[in-house]
Design a binder for this molecule. Sequence first.
Ligand SMILES: [Zn+2]
Length: 71
Amino acid sequence: MGVTANSWGVKKMKTKWGSCSTDVKRIWLNLELAKKTPECLECKLVHELVHLRERRHNERFKAFIDTHQPD
Ligand SMILES: [Zn+2]
């Protein structure tokens, strides 16, 4: 995808499937994703990685998602 997270981790999260701190390039994934399918986990990981290129959920963000995850 052309981006690299400086660090990432898994933790219990109450309201989100994941989060991305773009300033320090850190990604957190919700531990509950372990109960989901690999495709679901990949979807959330791609979502958070795309935030390293675009912070907001705008058209540019959606275009990156479509590029990296056409389905
Ligand atoms: Zn997001």
